[in-house]
Design a protein around this ligand. Structure first.
Ligand SMILES: *Cc1c(COP(=O)(O)O)cnc(C)c1O
Length: 380
């Protein structure tokens, strides 16, 4: 098959305009031209985060944003409640331990969302908890957590609510201020629709106060330094000019479309995937499926690792498999980035063809027709 399709839950396909911007001649980051772009980006990021507070940028992957959230709020020895419902929850809990926190894990069965009452109970039992860590969407299981309810509960406690929104911020509605989120993180190659290399992070006033005196050593991710530079119209270290120029485009475009409509487009892709998966007899892995990525359970007995290889090699479709205990058992289809209806129809068609190759009884042409009919009938 010719045209390759990348529907991973990050990195994602780039808008043609973004590709063009990324190939523009380099300019220096201390120029009037770049100053203007940076100022606009810092302003428009507030819209993306739905916050009145400052949004920071780090030249790092999403994990750098997770580290920044910790080093800017944590004192060594602090008690932390980490909601662990998959790979990324585990990573954040480990990170907090590395920085000297006493971490209490609230383990959630993979594919399920955390019960907010469990969090309330943990906070009542231990009033020393300083931070609560949670993924908005746990990408490894394609599961979204009830951030709104968690925010209500945590805002009544002494703890700060830190949310890894790397596959949520920019993909579906997660209004930072309204939902009492103290720290929110986004990542460039996921919901922000750019290449890898930027993490974005915002703090509530409550979190910022704590950050000003937090005792964990920090340098590169010291947001006090970053704020000072931003106030002078600069970034603390060299600015990744191409990424910020591309971010400027993405943010301007989202503002034009409006967040509301942008979220509807992702919801439509998620609904489509769930619907056509149902036609293909593939079940959803998550009981709280996210709009940014869908995990489908492969038929029992099918070798999922080989299946994904074949899908990639023969059909030029890149989706992700499962990790750890889910290796070979699920595939994860991303809904973020530049995705046209053709990409979605083709993905489902080729998925069906590949399933057929593996002995599954399925009619790929029927799936193709159903797919394009569904998309035509469900416009946003
Ligand atoms: C991808 C991802 C990360 C890690 O981001 P990197 O850019 O790979 O460092 C963290 N959390 C979630 C929820 C993610 O999806």
């Amino acid at each position: 098959m010719s045209n390759p399709i990348l529907l991973a839950p990050g990195p994602v396909q780039l808008h043609p305009e973004v590709q063009k911007i990324l190939s523009q001649p380099m300019i220096h980051h201390r120029t009037p031209e770049f100053d203007q772009i940076l100022a606009r980006v810092l302003k428009n990021l507030k819209y993306l985060f739905q916050t009145k507070n400052h949004v920071f940028m780090h030249t790092s992957t999403g994990s750098g944003g997770m580290e920044s959230a910790l080093v800017n709020t944590l004192n060594p020895g602090d008690q932390v409640l980490a909601i662990v419902s998959g790979k990324f929850g585990e990573r954040w809990a480990e990170m907090a331990e590395v920085f000297g926190a006493k971490v209490q894990r609230l383990n959630v069965e993979w594919g399920k969302s955390v019960d907010p009452q469990e969090v309330e109970k943990a906070l009542k039992q231990n009033s020393e908890i300083r931070l609560v860590l949670c993924q908005a969407c746990e990408t490894s299981t394609a599961t979204s957590h009830d951030i709104r309810t968690l925010g209500k509960i945590i805002s009544k406690s002494n703890a700060l609510f830190l949310v890894d929104g790397i596959t949520a911020t920019g993909a579906y509605d997660i209004p930072m201020d309204e939902w009492h989120i103290d720290v929110l993180i986004a990542g460039s190659q996921k919901a922000v629709m750019l290449p890898t290399g930027l993490s974005l992070i915002a703090f509530s006033e409550k979190a910022w106060k704590i950050s000003e005196t937090a005792k964990t050593p920090r340098y590169y991710f010291d947001l006090r330094k970053e704020l000072k530079s931003n106030k002078n119209g600069e970034t603390f270290v060299s600015s990744p000019v191409p990424l910020i120029r591309a971010l400027d485009y993405v943010l301007t475009r989202i503002q034009e479309i409006t967040l509301e409509k942008h979220f509807k487009q992702l919801r439509r892709r998620a609904d489509f995937t769930r619907e056509i998966a149902h036609e293909m007899n593939l079940k959803l892995f998550s009981s709280s499926p996210s709009d940014s990525v869908t995990a489908l359970v492969l038929p029992a007995g099918l070798n999922g690792v080989q299946f994904r290889e074949e899908l990639e090699k023969k059909y030029a479709v890149t989706v992700m498999g499962g990790q750890d205990q889910l290796k070979g058992k699920i595939i994860r289809i991303g809904h973020m980035g530049y995705i046209l209806d053709d990409h979605m129809v083709e993905t489902m068609h080729r998925l069906a063809l590949c399933l057929k190759d593996f002995g599954v009884s399925i009619d790929p042409e029927k799936i193709k027709v159903k797919s394009s009919d569904w998309l035509k009938a469900n416009q946003v």
